[in-house]
Design a protein around this ligand. Structure first.
Ligand SMILES: [Zn+2]
Length: 284
């Protein structure tokens, strides 16, 4: 999960605006606007750059596939009743996807009413359980050994908003109106970032790699049920916001910061986009 890079924090004075404004991180989060640089789609292209083994993030911007490209940063034109039906059809409840569809998302600056609502949907993998030198189990997508939530549960201190296993089941660590930070970048930005990011942890086991104790991830990295539920969670969060959120990979956010992470590994943007297309078709 962790890899070490030389300390290098991208803090640049903003070209204009208030003296206190700064841009932080590879994708240039601006502390005055609570947003990364560029249009929402351009932000996604930076934040969804492919995360390769050992946390090496592609230099090239990601190409945003069609379903996501037509949705990111745009008003959500889907009825809450339809989204509710999709939640039920997935065998879930509103509680199981982070709270009522009528509740807004968290706001920046620790739910300050003058700060914007969350704009970013951060995709993680848990990088656990770690099988060391052993092989992954053949029933990786269904086994309790891999898919149990026990180790992630906490009444107050869960590491993400929602944990999603390979069977498509969820554990809600924090409702989506709870401002919560889970990346190095947010720590570097400071408390004004707390609430701007929704965090989803996908269960993905790891194995030992010669250069990193948990550096080897399964291929494919995630199950179809996981992509389908992740797409539903993305729609749910965006519906609560009213605007299509900007998806982001943890490692792409943290690139260049010391003690950054390597997740998510082996994430297929094409598979996620296809799953999102299926979810959209079911609510239109
Ligand atoms: Zn992460």
């Amino acid at each position: 999960m962790r890899y070490l890079l030389p300390l290098s924090i991208f803090v640049l004075a903003a070209a204009s605006g208030e003296a206190s404004a700064a841009t932080i991180g590879k994708c240039k989060f601006n502390t005055a606007t609570f947003a990364f640089a560029g249009t929402p789609t351009e932000q996604a292209s930076c934040l969804l750059r492919k995360v390769k083994i050992l946390g090496n993030v592609d230099a090239a911007p990601a190409e945003i596939p069609a379903n996501l490209a037509g949705f990111i940063g745009k008003p959500v034109a889907v009825s809450k009743a339809k989204v509710q039906q999709a939640i039920t059809a997935a065998g879930l409840t509103e509680a199981g996807v982070g709270g009522s569809l009528n509740d807004p998302l968290s706001r920046g600056n620790t739910n300050n009413p003058t700060a914007p609502q969350a704009r970013y949907f951060v995709i993680h993998d848990t990088s656990t359980p770690n099988f060391g030198n052993a092989q992954f189990p053949a029933d990786i997508d269904t086994s309790n050994q891999v898919n149990r939530f026990d180790g992630y549960r906490s009444a107050t201190n869960a590491k993400a908003h929602i944990f999603l296993n390979r069977r498509g089941e969820t554990y809600v660590g924090h409702k989506l109106d709870v401002p919560w930070r889970a990346t190095k970048l947010e720590g570097n930005i400071g408390t004004l970032s707390r609430g701007m990011f929704i965090h989803i942890e996908n269960i993905q086991p790891r194995r030992k790699h010669p250069s990193q104790p948990d550096g080897n991830a399964p291929t494919p990295g995630f199950s179809t049920a996981q992509y389908d539920r992740l797409a539903l969670l993305y729609l749910v969060a965006s519906t609560r916001s009213g605007t299509g959120l900007v998806p982001a990979f943890h490692a792409a956010m943290d690139e260049g910061l010391s003690d950054g992470h390597d997740d998510p590994q082996n994430f297929s943007l094409a598979d996620f986009d296809a799953a999102f297309g299926r979810v959209l078709a079911s609510v239109r």
